[in-house]
Design a protein around this ligand. Structure first.
Ligand SMILES: [Fe+2]
Ligand SMILES: [Fe+2]
Length: 173
């Protein structure tokens, strides 16, 4: 609800709650990518291009949360901050580049589904729907497509030297 005018017809409580949930999910995604970046940067893992990629992804997700918070202020809403769940700790047995990309795909698909729910909740708010479409939905489709391509190539080359070469030649399109 708009604190200045007390009006509820311009910005609904349902949109407010759903947007807060989305912001929390974007911050969680940022946290997960940060964990991955940190793992691949270890000197006993040493996949530095991959570490750099996940570091950028982490920044991207934080940027998404920031864009949503700025938008929320524009609409006169209040962002409620809640606890961000800790990502699963990564180690040599539960993580490889392939496993990390598969986990990233799962995460991006969850984000996409949540954005679609948010879009449904905003069905009486075309301006909000447009914000979601223009800034997040298309990007999510691109991200999912990109991750699926990485997974295809990682399965093709296999672990060991294959993974080493994948990191060596990794370019983030
Ligand atoms: Fe995002
Ligand atoms: Fe993303």
């Amino acid at each position: 609800m708009d604190q200045q005018t007390g009006s509820t017809h311009l910005w609904s409580d349902e949109c407010e709650a759903a947007l807060c949930g989305q912001i929390q999910l974007e911050l969680y995604a940022s946290y997960v990518y940060m964990t991955m970046a940190n793992f691949f940067d270890r000197n006993d893992v040493a996949f530095h291009h991959i570490a750099e990629y996940f570091k950028n992804e982490s920044k991207e997700e934080r940027k998404h949360a920031e864009m949503m918070m700025e938008y929320h202020n524009k609409r006169g809403g209040t962002t409620l901050f809640s606890e961000i769940r800790a990502p699963q700790p990564l180690n040599m047995t539960n993580c490889s580049i392939l496993k990390a990309m598969q986990a990233a795909l799962e995460l991006e698909e969850t984000v996409y589904k949540n954005l679609l729910k948010l879009h449904d909740i905003a069905d009486k708010d075309p301006e909000f729907q447009d914000f979601i479409e223009a800034h997040f939905l298309h990007e999510q489709v691109d991200a999912i497509h990109k991750l699926k391509g990485y997974i295809t190539n990682l399965k093709r080359v296999g672990e060991g030297v294959g993974e080493f070469l994948f990191n060596q030649h990794f370019e983030n399109e």
